[in-house]
Design a binder for this molecule. Sequence first.
Ligand code: PRX
Length: 634
Amino acid sequence: MINDFRIHSFSEYKKEYKKSVKDPEKFWDKIAENFVWQQKWEKPLEYDFEKADFKWFQGGKLNITENVLDRHLEKNGNKTALIWEPNNPLEETRIITYRQLHSKVCQFANVLKNNGIEKGDRVCIYMPMIPELAIALLACARIGAVHSIVFAGFSSSAIASRINDSQCKVLVTANEVYRGTKPINLKAICDEALKDCPSIQTCIVYRRAIEPTSMVGGRDKFWMDEMHKVDDNCPAEIMDAEDPLFILYTSGSTGKPKGMVHTCGGYMVETAYSFDNIFQMEHNDIYWCTADIGWITGHSYIIYGPLACGATSVMFEGIPSFPDFGRFWEIVEKLKVTHFYTAPTAIRSLARESLDYVEKYDLSSLKVLGSVGEPINEEAWHWFNDYIGKGNCPIVDTWWQTETGSILISPLAGITPLRPTFATLPLPGIQPVLMDEQGKEVEAVNEKAEGRLAIKFPWPSMARTIYGDHKRYIETYFSTFPGYYFTGDGAYRDVMENYRITGRVDDVVIVSGHNLGTAPIENAINEHEAVAESAVVGYPHDIKGNALYAFVILQDGVQGSPELEAEIKNGVSKLIGAIAKPDKIQFVSGLPKTRSGKIMRRILRKIASDETDFGDTSTLLDPDIVTVIQKGKV
Ligand code: PRX
């Protein structure tokens, strides 16, 4: 691999970790030297936890695309950068070398320039998992435009609110796309969104399907037509290490989604460093992360991290169940995938199906397996290990967040001793701690500890702010435990110092690996004219990890009905996206509230989870409501 920071043994890991805690600045300074910089930084780090002000590699000048593309051209220009596997297995696989990707990225960067995009401008990308998504993203980085990718499963109003929040000038999308057998007209969804987005001047449409596409004169342009107007010569814009690279929205426990801002230098250094050490790839290995680029996992571990290491990365357009439940394994066999990184929810849904789907394929190319996005349960871990890895492939359970930019806690494949369901140990440079309710670091009892997971020292790929709302950034992450970054997760630490993430401790629910705030879902439910009030909580679900349960109070005189339930669900789907639809809706006459009017969500969570020990309910205004709700549980 191109970088020289690979850890080869557990003792080396321990040595590196110690070094990184003793002098983090010196540690990261040395790692950062592996990259192409136009000008070296003056200072590795300057920070202030109180103001939530973090600057890494200040004064350094670079362009991340020179690191993920240009620097591979001389020796590895003909190496495959991306392998694209279409939704329909009858369509052809596309192989894109580093040289081809470089050329396309430069060309599309010129298209963006031609359409008035300059350094610092925001570009929204709403695309399916096709190579053009990667090209558009890297083209933004090439010219210093800030990409804001919106997952192509989100609704038109979710796109509009994200575009408006960061005032994007251009929207890049595709016309029609298939997910499994279901056609989705992305362009039509964009047209709906763009009714409310005055900042968008141009919409560039990639023709994924031959279907006729309605185009708005003066605003909409076809990708191909624009590409024909320009060449592929586009020098990289020189960026400051701390200039923004992208915005990615994530759910908050309250209010609108948070536009997490990631910057060029630190993000590049740490995504590459973590990728290289966690996955331990060799030159000819084939890496496949099944995430969508619309999420942080796709940003950091389909594109930036792997390409900065010169790896070959697979992009898959489809879904695990089409044409049948063997699709993942068919692709592994066909492409001889060596590194396979997926989510527990996918594992659980495939483990439910017949083993014939697995056994039909030759999975002997696999060397390393990975899991991300939510806690992996014991059964799923063992199924993954036994039937996919055949007991021979280490599983890296990688813990991190949109906000952290890169993986912070994870085994290094083949190096760190594994413990099922544990994300194990922090990467060098990362200092996790467990906090108690009083805001003190938890004292271990018999060398074991449990508490709220916080990080004690800055790391290079951390988000620097919430776009347009630094105050919210401070409040959300740095005010719970002053002097620490608070993750929102609970965790347990064993005697070997291995971490197991136990789940969110705030009002965020992870459903099928998707991070969903309950407040925005409640707001969407309350939009229905028949609804007076609602409360949404998560409850355990066999496949999705968690599912959503909505308690809904209707307006006076309105009766609950299956039709009304469907309308409410569709309303949520329309306002946020299908992923946020509640699984269950219970119409209730009241909610368990304290005298000050606060809903006691822990009680609702227990009801939804079929638990009966509600603890102390004496502070409730109407304690009887608990039994009433419990009796009507759906
Ligand atoms: O609760 C943790 C869970 O996912 C949250 C972050 O979600 P998001 O920002 O969407 O990023 C997902 C992909 C990095 C975390 O706060 N989570 C993520 N990875 C794990 C996890 N929980 C347990 N184990 C993991 N490996």
